[in-house]
Ligand binder design. Structure first.
Ligand SMILES: *Cc1c(COP(=O)(O)O)cnc(C)c1O
Length: 372
């Protein structure tokens, strides 16, 4: 065995996305203790810039020491009381995972289903909320990475409050890539991930919890069934200005990476990052459409950071993706579920969302398709 030296790839799949060299070098800095005052100062800066990224003043805004899936689980573990009715919107893989979480934490899932590739129907959600006045939570995915569809988070969260529900929003793929306003849209609980549009390494899940959601957690009749994800305990380490107590050993170097990625987002300006994703998406989609490649999602609901396109007829999915990887060091994503073998998912996330990547993707894809 010898040291592992990964090949240098261009990552244009559904995540992880290209990690900026500044972030990689930040992670290589010396490890210090996770209760070291210098580290605690950095933690405070992470919390401040996360509030900036989420556009929130929520005090409980912090990174969970595990990937996006753990952010999802944190929200459901803390907010679902056994027996709670939870309206959950399913229009792709991640909505299905939300439902799975609700059931595992003892909730009753009321499903609002939409076809894969469509946005969540706000009309259907309103009807279901009307018919289930005792529902406690509305849960949905803002940016469904399995299909590339964007749902109207603002309207859905408004509906949630209108019907006395708190909202749980999956923003794993949205944060840093498209408009997301936690306070203005009155989102109650939101989780994201570092490896999508923040372009940091995989493994951390930023979350933000509103006062209203926090009140629900504090009023729980039963303890949170997960010890690791119980926010009452986690906050002893990440919380306020009081003395920090040991809960778990924070992933010190990974958090250096998150700190650098948030600094870069603030330097660019988050609104500028949204615009960059939209502009580059336009260039990529013009190029793909010129190759007569068609999108799964209607224009109005397309995510700029995740482009799902139909594989042209007669083209071998695996062969094309392998050739892109082996000959061009370019990774694009495969389809999931019913769309496996039928679509590709081309990511334009964070640092991967730049002209040279688009140019590589279009020319490589065109060359490979011509040859096949
Ligand atoms: C990637 C993703 C997740 C899961 O994040 P992991 O870091 O892979 O655990 C959850 N929801 C959505 C919408 C995602 O795109």
């Amino acid at each position: 065995m010898k040291s592992f030296n990964p090949p240098i790839r261009t990552l244009m799949g559904p995540g992880p996305s290209d990690v900026h060299p500044r972030i990689l070098s930040a992670m290589a800095r010396p490890t210090i203790g996770h209760l070291d005052p210098a580290f605690v100062g950095m933690m405070d800066e992470i919390k401040t810039t996360l509030k900036y990224a989420f556009k929130t003043e929520n005090e409980l805004t912090m990174p969970v020491s595990a990937p996006g899936s753990a952010g999802m689980e944190t929200c459901f573990a803390n907010l679902v009381d056994p027996g709670d009715k939870v309206v959950v919107c399913i229009n792709g893989v991640f909505g299905m995972r939300m439902k799975e979480n609700i059931m595992r934490f003892g909730g009753e899932a009321i499903v609002v289903e939409d076809d894969w590739g469509n946005a969540v129907s706000t009309d259907k959600v309103e009807q279901v909320l009307k018919n289930n006045k005792d529902a406690k939570i509305l849960a949905f995915v803002h940016a469904e990475t399995s299909t590339g569809a964007r749902s109207d988070a603002k309207t859905l969260c408004k509906l949630a409050h209108q019907y006395n529900c708190i909202s749980i929003v999956d923003a794993v793929t949205s944060l840093g890539g498209i408009e997301l306003r936690v306070d203005d849209w009155e989102i109650d609980a939101v989780y994201s991930g570092t490896q999508k549009c923040l372009s940091a390494m995989p493994g951390i899940s930023p979350i933000s919890i509103s006062e209203r959601a926090l009140a629900k957690i504090k009023n729980r009749k039963t303890p949170v069934t997960s010890w690791f994800l119980d926010l009452n305990l986690v906050m002893g380490y990440w919380g306020g200005s009081t003395q920090r107590t040991y809960h778990h050993t924070a992933p010190v170097n990974t958090l250096y990476g998150l700190h650098e990625s948030l600094l870069m987002l603030a330097e660019e300006g988050i609104e500028n990052a949204w615009v960059r994703h939209q502009k580059n998406h336009q260039i990529l989609s013009d190029g793909l459409e010129a190759m007569r490649i068609k999108f799964l999602v209607k224009k109005a609901h397309r995510l700029p950071q995740l482009n799902t396109v139909f594989i042209p007829k007669g083209v071998d999915d695996g062969l094309v993706r392998n050739t892109l990887l082996n000959d061009y060091n370019l990774e694009i994503g495969a389809g999931l579920g019913a769309y496996a073998g039928k679509v590709w998912r081309i990511g334009l996330m964070g640092h991967a969302c730049r002209l040279e990547n688009i140019s590589l993707c279009l020319s490589a894809l065109s060359a490979v398709l011509d040859k096949g």
